[in-house]
Design a protein around this ligand. Structure first.
Ligand code: KIV
Ligand code: ZN
Length: 513
């Protein structure tokens, strides 16, 4: 048994199934490049049969990545497998990941198939996938609620048909660590020819146990962990990549296994995921939360100053925090900007650099020190957001203790300029009312959060909103030194994402797994 644990990243597939976290192809591509830099072994790029958009994104990622295995998810039907193969076949290292449910409840109510039919479907699917590529993973959806001996039978059939990885998902986040470890051991001991495949685990976080279950299964012999950055994913999310990787690294005395992850890329990757999806990381989130390395109590601060190991089990530098904080300002030139962006992992074309440089100069005029977090925003807002149906051109608000809050706004809608004004309960409310009127939208504001992007009094405000319109939910993010403008940008970004969802309906109701 090897001591190497393979990291299978599904941020772009299961992660994208977080309500409102849909990404466009440019955003997915950018994230895929960063995930390769992070060192994931397998990148599940999407579910090509789910939509044209998914197919296009998976194909683009397959063509772009140099080292990482690129997997496409599919059900067991031939058409699904063909679609996945068409999307990944140009990858240097393509993989097909096929799945079918094995629990009685799924067989009876969802699939309307009996156990033998599922064994036959799994066998046929893996055989067919294997005729297309060597690397085939088979997953038994809802494995943790399946009959164990039947599960081993299905896994044995998949291995006989050529599967190289067998995945044990806790699809509904129901398992507890001791039980899940025992299940992993049972599968390893009772699946025919299990030594010919790697056992993978895929946990959901409904009971907050995804990382614990994953680590328990690894201790029991699983050698692949399916994870997402920041733990994003269906419902309460998936196992978080950073937690598993840093637990293995920090507690190697108990879990003597290694991964291929370059841990100093964890923090930049977490930031990028948060920025692209608009899903903020909770401050007390393990490893990547804003407070994860912040010591508040005086006794703790004193101890850390004397020796960081008194209260720190990991160094912040190990995840890429505090490393090389270089500040740019309004006198910094194009070369300095290009170099810094390269260090951050952005290799821009001349045309892209021009766009970013202009936005950087605009920001540097308003803000003395432009830090890495600012640059990432400039790149994501300047380049990755390809579809902007609505764009903020102008915003003026008047508010205070004695005046009625009022906003005047100019937007361009598909290139056409429109102007309007409205009242509200406060400056943000009046801006939102005006924008809603101008765009003819009627979304409901489910959540509104504001935070500072970096430290210091001149930090940019970062606003995240969650909008719902006709059953579709989208997140929006906006940053600006002025928080009213940041709020307007976040709202408009959310409206743009709703437009994207309207045009790509499957993202809204990923009824796939
Ligand atoms: O949670 C799940 O069961 C899945 C499978 C497709 C692996 O996401
Ligand atoms: Zn899942």
């Amino acid at each position: 048994m090897t001591d190497r644990v393979y990291i299978f990243d599904t941020t772009l597939r299961d992660g994208e199934q977080s309500p409102g976290a849909s990404m466009n192809t440019a955003e997915k591509l950018r994230l895929a490049v960063q995930l390769e830099k992070l060192g994931v072994d397998v990148l599940e790029a999407g579910f090509p049969a789910a939509s044209e958009g998914d197919f296009e994104a998976v194909s683009a990622i397959a063509a772009k990545l140099q080292r990482t295995q690129v997997a496409g998810l599919c059900r067991t039907g031939k058409a699904d497998i063909d679609r996945a193969w068409q999307a990944v076949k140009h990858a240097r290292n393509p993989k097909i990941h096929t799945f079918i449910a094995t629990s009685d409840i799924h067989l009876k109510y969802k699939l309307k198939m009996d156990r033998d039919q599922v064994v036959a479907a799994a066998t046929e699917a893996v055989k067919y996938a294997k005729s297309l590529t060597d690397q085939v993973e088979f997953s038994a959806e809802d494995a943790s609620r399946s009959d164990r001996d039947y599960l081993c039978k299905v896994f044995g059939a998949a291995i006989a048909a050529g599967a190289t990885v067998i995945n044990l998902p806790d699809t509904v986040g129901y398992a507890i660590p001791s039980e899940f470890a025992e299940l992993a051991r049972y599968v390893l001991d009772h699946t025919p020819d299990m030594h010919r495949a790697i056992l993978s685990v895929h946990c959901h976080n409904d009971l907050g146990l995804a990382t614990a279950n994953t680590l328990a299964a690894i201790a029991a012999g699983a050698r692949q962990a399916e994870v997402t950055v920041n733990g994003i994913g269906e419902r309460a999310g998936n196992t978080s990549l950073e937690e598993v990787v840093m637990a293995l690294r920090t507690r190697s005395n108990c879990l003597p296994m290694t991964t291929g992850i370059h841990t100093e890329q964890i923090y930049p990757t977490s930031r990028l995921v948060s920025m692209i999806t608009g899903m903020i990381v909770q401050p007390n989130k393990a490893i990547v939360g804003a407070n994860a390395f912040a010591h508040e109590a005086g006794i703790h601060q004193d101890g850390v100053l004397k020796n960081p190991m008194t209260y720190e089990i990991m160094q912040p530098e190990a995840i890429g925090l505090n490393a090389n904080k270089l500040v740019l300002g309004k006198h910094s030139g194009r070369h300095a900007l290009r170099d810094r962006l390269r260090d951050l992992g952005y290799d821009l074309s001349d045309e892209e650099l021009n766009i970013v440089f202009t936005k950087f100069k605009e920001l540097a005029d308003k803000k003395k020190h432009v830090v890495d977090e600012d640059l990432e925003v400039v790149v994501t807002e300047g380049i990755l957001r390809t579809t902007e149906y609505f764009k903020l051109e102008y915003l003026h608000v008047s508010a205070g203790t004695t005046v009625m809050p009022m906003a005047s706004v100019e937007l361009s809608i598909n290139g056409r300029k429109v102007r309007g004004a409205d009242w509200g309960n406060g400056p943000i409310d009046s801006a939102y009312n005006t924008i809603a009127k101008l765009t003819g939208t009627s979304s409901e504001l489910l959540r509104f959060t504001v935070s500072a992007l970096s430290g210091g009094t001149d930090a940019q405000g970062e606003v995240t909103v969650r909008l719902r319109e006709n059953g579709l939910v989208a997140l929006g993010r906006g940053t600006d030194p002025d928080i009213i403008t940041a709020s307007a940008k976040a709202y408009i970004n959310g409206l743009n994402r709703l437009e994207y969802l309207k045009a790509h309906p499957v993202h809204a109701s990923q009824q796939t797994v």
